[in-house]
Design a binder for this molecule. Structure first.
Ligand code: CO
Length: 284
């Protein structure tokens, strides 16, 4: 059996967006160029060296029917929700929140040593789990395994498996891979991804070429892969750092309205009704 390396099907230029109460960020999924990439509904890269770009934060807002995945590189996000959960997501930490039937939360970015950078990914929930009880997986940086290969490729394993190391995020319907990969100059990285799973790389430092066609990308780019057995990235002269994300597509209808993602418009209207009636958040 031969391994088919996945071709690059699209390269997306992240678009500047203003979100929350006035947070400047760049968006690659849920923008004009790419509405969604089943099962992924949104991908944002936030952060700046100017706190005015983000201190207004994301005051109290609802979510239903999705999971939000926050991964911080620098600074912190202080969060608090309607179920009594509160905490801080710091550099290297991950919060994988399954909103299910509904949470209301606030997410307030703060600088540390003048810096604040991170990512938020939205993962869709299948119909059978959209109204699940909300669940958090809080993953402190120290519990994220790191694979260091002989060619000095360094891989933080948040979800999925690399070289026998298993990421701490488990029991997610999309069966995701979420890796933070640092590849030294002129070095190749190959990683198997199950066939039919959606896969993308988000390049955020350096440059490289992607796939067997050696599609070049530099700076901030979202690179979408077609089907196959594995992805391959070759770093340029300055090395490359990117997230590699994959997941099983749901193939279900998507009805989206801001922070609610359901299967039908009637379910969206129900979410709005629940919000108005004060029945959106259920204690148990
Ligand atoms: Co939120």
């Amino acid at each position: 059996m031969t391994t088919e390396i996945r071709q690059v099907t699209r390269t997306i230029e992240p678009q500047p967006v203003m979100e929350g109460a006035g947070v400047r960020l760049v968006r690659s999924i849920a923008g004009r160029a790419l509405d969604y990439l089943d099962p992924f509904l949104l991908f944002d890269h936030f952060g700046s060296d100017d706190p005015n770009d983000y201190l207004a934060g994301f005051p109290l807002h609802p979510h239903r029917g999705i999971e939000t995945v926050t991964y911080m590189l620098a600074g912190v996000v202080a969060h608090r929700d309607s179920l009594g959960n509160a905490g801080v997501i710091g550099a290297g930490d991950v919060q994988w929140m399954s909103a299910g039937r509904g949470i209301m939360h606030e997410e307030m970015p703060q600088p540390k040593d003048g810096r604040m950078y991170g990512f938020q990914l939205w993962v869709n929930l299948p119909a059978r789990l959209k109204m699940m009880k909300p669940r958090y997986q809080e993953i402190p940086t120290g519990t994220i395994p790191e694979a260091l290969r002989t060619d000095d490729v360094r891989i933080r394993v948040i979800a999925g498996e690399v070289d026998g190391l298993h990421g701490p995020v488990t029991e997610i319907a999309a069966d995701p891979t979420y890796l933070d990969v640092a590849v030294p100059a002129d070095t190749a990285f190959t990683h198997p991804i199950p066939r039919r799973h959606t896969a993308f790389a988000y390049l955020f430092a350096g440059a490289g070429t992607f796939g067997p066609g050696q599609t070049p990308a530099a700076g901030r780019k979202l690179v979408v892969f077609g089907d196959g057995d594995a992805v391959q990235v070759r770093a340029g002269a300055g090395g490359a750092r990117f997230l590699l994300v994959s997941g099983a597509p749901l193939g279900e209808p998507i009805a989206r309205y801001g922070p609610f993602v359901m299967n039908t418009r009637a379910e969206i209207l129900q979410a709005l009704t629940d919000l108005q009636n004060g029945t959106f958040v259920q204690a148990d």
